[in-house]
Design a protein around this ligand. Structure first.
Ligand SMILES: O=C(O)CCC(=O)C(=O)O
Ligand SMILES: [Fe+2]
Length: 368
């Protein structure tokens, strides 16, 4: 076993200690040296070709993404197919949820009321069942998978775990967010095929692990904090746990990505672009070939900020075990296999201990 197996802690997840996150998280493993060039910026990929009917055009984009992911694990995408008008409507409505609803109205949607899943609203600091306070630097709301919103769904699914403000409280909000959810699922399914192509796998290779994916759409709301108080608002250094993340930022600069030089690279918003990053699951599946990179966001520009991350995770019963094609004599298996359902729950629980920690449901797809 390579030395990284002992050092890597798959549950480092969300620690408030940045040095610990960097030392034990899966991110930022390849240090610039020898034939690994120092990374000084996050590449921009034109995704139009990924939707082409021509496989050679699709392969070209896939190769570009593979390079970006093997070096920094983050890339911007343009021509991603999601309507820009829809995005700005969601950003406006999202701000409204945090700014216009009362605390009581938000708490009606609380994650702590969700019987089984970590979906719903979570305030900036959560009170845990044991009375302890969990420090978070942002407010958030999460929604999980609905087969109805997935172009490649293989069945229907109970979606009662998703809490939305009612139409009386926020007219049209639920429909709008679900429209965005559908659009981003189309993009996510396309990205999955593109990752597969870049790895020289069958384009549909990931289908076997993503029949009822652990997908989560979130709105993160960050209050304005003073520059001298970065921990007043933001998100601590971490790597994402899922397969990949598609992040929609507003115009406020905040996100930073840990480069292989040890420097924090700004990942400032570019209008009309999303940022995509590799999560721990994809990094482990590819035996570290693709990088799940540590990132953080301190909101010290003096403005409130809303980001819309979309996390694409795999099926509960799937196992994260390096793909055979990614294990070689030079790169022996680096990670112990983990089952996705329990891994997800344990990692998410670290960040949202007010959610109920019940055993993950098997991904039984209801027919019809
Ligand atoms: O808000 C951001 O820019 C980053 C959010 C993020 O990293 C996360 O939710 O995992
Ligand atoms: Fe993240």
């Amino acid at each position: 076993m390579a030395a990284t197996t002992a050092k890597y802690n798959p549950f480092a997840g969300f620690t408030e200690n940045e040095d610990e996150a960097i030392a034990t998280g899966i991110g930022a493993r390849k240090v610039a040296a020898g034939d690994i060039p120092p990374i000084t910026e996050i590449p921009v990929v034109d995704l139009a070709g990924a939707f082409s009917d021509d496989i050679t055009v699709r392969r070209k984009v896939a190769a570009e993404i593979y390079t970006a992911c093997s070096q920094i694990g983050f890339f911007y995408i343009k021509n991603h197919g999601v309507d820009l008008n829809l995005i700005s409507k969601c950003q406006k409505a999202g701000l409204g949820l945090f700014q216009d609803l009362t605390h009581e109205q938000k708490m009606e949607l609380s994650m702590s009321r969700n019987p089984t899943e970590y979906f719903g609203y979570a305030p900036k600091a959560g009170t845990m069942p044991d009375g302890a306070i969990k420090r978070r630097m942002y407010e958030t709301i999460h929604w999980g998978y609905e087969a109805e919103l997935d172009p490649e769904a293989t069945g229907s699914w109970d979606s009662s775990y998703n809490f939305y403000p009612s139409d009386e409280v926020m007219p049209g909000f639920r429909n709008l967010m679900r429209e965005y959810y559908s659009a981003i699922m189309v993009l996510a399914r396309r990205l999955l095929k593109t990752f597969a192509l870049g790895l020289n796998l069958d384009e549909n290779y990931f289908d076997q692990f993503t029949k009822h994916p652990n997908v989560m759409l979130a709105l993160n709301y960050y209050e304005a904090a003073a520059p001298q108080n970065p921990e007043g608002s933001g998100i601590f250094a971490h790597s994402d746990l899922e397969v990949f993340t598609i992040l929609c930022q507003d115009e406020v600069k905040s996100l930073e990505v840990l480069s292989n030089t040890g420097a924090w690279l700004p990942a400032n918003p570019i209008p009309g672009h999303f940022i995509v990053n590799v999560g721990d699951t994809l990094s482990m599946w590819t035996n570290g070939l693709l990088q799940s990179t540590i990132h953080r966001a301190y909101n010290i520009e003096g403005k409130t900020r809303l980001s819309i991350p979309f996390f694409f995770g795999a099926d509960n019963e799937a196992v994260i075990e390096s793909f055979p094609s990614c294990v070689t004599e030079d790169n022996p298996a680096r990670f112990n296999p983990v089952q996705i359902g329990s891994y997800h729950k344990e990692r998410i629980h670290l960040q949202y201990p007010e959610g109920k920690h019940v055993a993950p449901k098997a991904n039984v797809i209801k027919s019809g």
